[in-house]
Write a protein that binds this ligand. Structure first.
Ligand code: GLN
Length: 252
């Protein structure tokens, strides 16, 4: 099984390293033809406007949309999640092209600028119910987006309650404000058939092997037995024993 990683910009190396550790063939995708030979695709975090410009330059949009529509597993992390959304808000003037497919409204940079990046522990009860293991998971949010709205076919895997001290720095346009004021929380992980989206960066945490393993188990949308893609079994032990994992590259 060959897994493609969109390698235009952003954290594609980290995903390639994770696949290598699993003994899975990773393919850096930069041309439309490379999508023909892969079984699943990861769209990494980075900067979605830049990624869109580069995807246009390489004429990748039609092939990427075909891939998403084919039912093969696609996982977008952070900028990748924005790229897969049907609608993005908080965009730069003039907007940006999206692949689409995920029936969600995603707000770019919802949590603010780079300095507002953070790590947190997320409750993920649905995943734990289906996959067993801990019902908590660690999320690394880097200039992160948030999902403001999700359609009826979208399964919410994790949301995030906005703490009082963050209320002053999250997006405050009218749509974002309506959500934060009425619900006080935003969605940060979803699945819609073959598409997985996470606003955070699982590839930067110590449980990456399991998460990628589960993503690789996703099947075509028609397969009723397909598995969830994030594993929760052993990701949080450091919370309980008071140790940080040794592999954190950021905020140390
Ligand atoms: N906010 C960024 C964007 O708009 C995404 C950040 C990330 O991928 N870490 O593309």
């Amino acid at each position: 099984m060959a897994v493609g990683v969109l390698a235009l910009q952003g954290s594609f190396n980290e995903h390639m390293a994770a696949l290598r550790r699993l003994g899975v063939t990773g393919v850096e995708v930069r041309k439309p033809s490379q999508l023909e030979s892969i079984e699943a695709l990861i769209i990494p975090g980075g900067e979605s406007t830049t990624m869109a410009k580069l995807a246009n330059y390489h004429n990748l949009f039609p092939a990427l949309r075909n891939f998403v529509n084919s039912g093969k597993p696609v996982w977008g992390t952070c900028a990748g999640l924005i790229f897969l959304a049907n609608k993005a808000t908080g965009q730069k003037l003039g907007g940006q092209e999206l692949i689409g497919g995920l029936d969600c409204t995603v707000h770019r940079n919802f949590f603010g600028s780079q300095v507002q990046s953070f790590e947190t522990e997320l409750a993920v009860p649905k995943l734990a119910e289906q996959e067993g293991g801990s019902d908590r998971c660690r999320g690394v949010f880097i200039r992160a987006p948030a999902i403001l709205k999700a359609g009826p076919d979208v399964e919410v895997l994790a949301d995030y309650t906005i703490p009082l001290d963050k209320l002053g720095t999250v997006a405050s346009d009218s749509e974002a404000k309506a959500i934060t004021e009425s619900l006080g929380k935003v969605i940060v992980a979803v699945r819609q058939r073959n598409i997985l989206g996470t606003a955070f960066h699982p590839e930067l945490t110590s449980d990456i092997r399991c998460r990628h393993s589960y993503f690789l188990k996703m099947r075509k949308a028609s397969d009723e037995t397909n598995l969830l893609c994030l594993d929760l079994s052993n990701q949080n032990s450091y919370y309980h024993i008071g140790r940080r994992p040794s592999d954190l590259p950021i905020f140390e």
